[in-house]
Design a protein. Structure first.
Ligand code: HAM
Length: 426
């Protein structure tokens, strides 16, 4: 491929630069995620952003939108088919199996954060590179663990100051219930063969559950009359779901049972849920989603080992925080801005600056040879609490002039006191 030297290279569609000024919000919401995971004893795992394409075909499912239409797949120089990860669960499960974590005492509780990639139609809250905070808990079939995962997400939203987050929840039952239900659904939809959308038709025998969340108007109408899974649950599945629901009640977590919630990935069994919050102007859908996936570890060559988790979309978290005008407690400006006058003070100023930084103060100085007045302006712009002015005269006497910008108070102190002076009154 030839590239023209003179044309500007622009950011790829559906991706974002997260700029200084904005990135502090990200750091804060990421920090909160780590804190909350610590409270619940979830530990961080970092897996590659690309994996063998086959992983997602087997994990996420051949007949899902993600695998059929949205993957960034390419052949690498070694002729392998590689894909940028469209979600986090498959890679985490691969790692769980590959590292033989199933041989360890269970449960294994992990969390992750990072970029995911889906070739989607970009809009606010729907990006081609987006970021997820996710958790995965392996090794227990206990429905209390489903409730813990849901509660963790809710505590996360609460810790951010987000209000009105709802949980929509459903059960997809175990393999046996699903199989029976699947047959019922196929029979039902076969009765409407001529009226189903082309997409629904193509899914009928591969993944009939996905027809339930079709976007096509007529298919939607037909789906509204379809049998419900909850009427076809076996006892194990019913008990599992009942306990999850009762635990949510006990924990005071608001939820709505949505019998048509099926989710866009194939690996779910039993609990499936989404976190939703209103974000105007963004056709964003849910802020997070997850569920149980009891067969996935086995599918990747591990033993029978259940799992449950969620993924939260961080772009959507930021949008919701903005929408709700949540004031984030972000670090303010500098503790001190140093102004020097004269050549010698300019150089010595470097040492003063260094000692302040080593003492843990946030400080900066001028590197543009600006006039004093302009330097004061810079200090204002950087929201400095203090300006310290080091002139030739002060330097001779081992002193420095400090001014508190908010009050205009100014005093000359010994250079040795500078750090403690600022620390005390920070
Ligand atoms: P998912 O529902 O595909 O589930 O994605 C989880 C969340 O990621 C969504 O609710 C949404 O907030 C965000 N998200 C998805 N696609 C985009 C996009 N194109 N732009 C911005 N945000 C997006 C999963 O990925 C599963 N791995 C969740 C899971 C973990 N289930 C069990 N464990």
């Amino acid at each position: 491929m030839k590239f023209q030297a003179s044309t500007k290279v622009q950011i790829p569609r559906g991706t974002d630069d997260i700029m200084p000024g904005e990135v502090e919000k990200w750091q804060w919401i990421e920090q909160k995620a780590r804190e909350i995971c610590g409270l619940y004893d979830y530990h961080e795992i970092r897996t590659p952003v690309f994996e063998h394409t086959e992983l997602f075909h087997r994990g996420v499912g051949e007949a899902t939108d993600i695998v059929e239409k949205e993957m960034y797949s390419f052949t690498d120089r070694g002729n392998r088919s590689i894909s940028l990860r469209p979600e986090g669960t498959a890679g985490v499960v691969r790692s769980f199996v590959e590292k033989k974590m199933f041989a360890q005492p269970q449960p294994t509780k992990w969390y992750y954060m990072g970029p995911m990639f889906r070739y989607e139609n970009p809009q606010a809250g729907r990006r081609r590179q987006f970021h997820q905070f996710g958790v995965e808990a392996f090794g227990s079939v206990d429905p209390l663990l489903d409730a813990e995962v849901i509660a963790l997400g809710m505590q996360y939203f609460k810790s951010l100051g987000l209000k009105d987050v709802r949980v929509e929840i459903n059960t997809l039952g175990d393999a046996e219930s699903r199989q029976q239900y699947r047959e019922k659904l196929i029979t039902y939809f076969e009765g409407y063969m001529d009226e189903l959308s082309a997409e629904a038709k193509s899914r009928l025998y591969k993944n009939p559950l996905r027809i339930l969340d079709s976007k096509d108007a007529r298919t939607k109408e037909i789906a509204a009359g379809a049998p419900l899974l909850r009427d076809h649950l076996n006892e194990t599945s019913r008990n599992h779901f009942d306990t999850v629901i009762r635990t949510l009640d006990l924990l005071g977590i608001p939820y709505v049972i949505n019998p048509r919630l099926v989710r866009g990935l194939d690996y779910y069994t039993h609990t499936a849920f989404e976190y939703t919050v209103d974000i105007s102007g963004a056709q964003a859908g849910s802020i997070g989603g997850g569920g149980r996936y009891n067969g996935l570890v086995e599918q990747f060559g591990g033993p029978e080992m259940p799992g449950v988790g969620f993924g939260i979309g961080l772009e959507r978290v930021i949008l919701a925080l903005t929408e709700q005008q949540v004031k984030l407690p972000l670090a303010q400006g500098l503790d001190c801005y140093l102004i020097t006058l004269g050549e010698e003070a300019k150089l010595v100023g470097m040492k003063v600056l260094q000692s302040m930084r080593e003492a843990g103060l946030r400080v900066d100085r001028d590197y543009m040879d600006r006039k004093m007045k302009a330097q004061f302006k810079t200090a204002d712009r950087l929201q400095a609490t203090y300006v310290a002015i080091l002139g030739e005269e002060e330097l001779k006497r081992n002193q420095i002039n400090v001014k508190r910008l908010a009050t205009g108070e100014q005093e000359t102190i010994s250079l040795d006191q500078l750090i403690s002076h600022i620390q005390q009154q920070r």
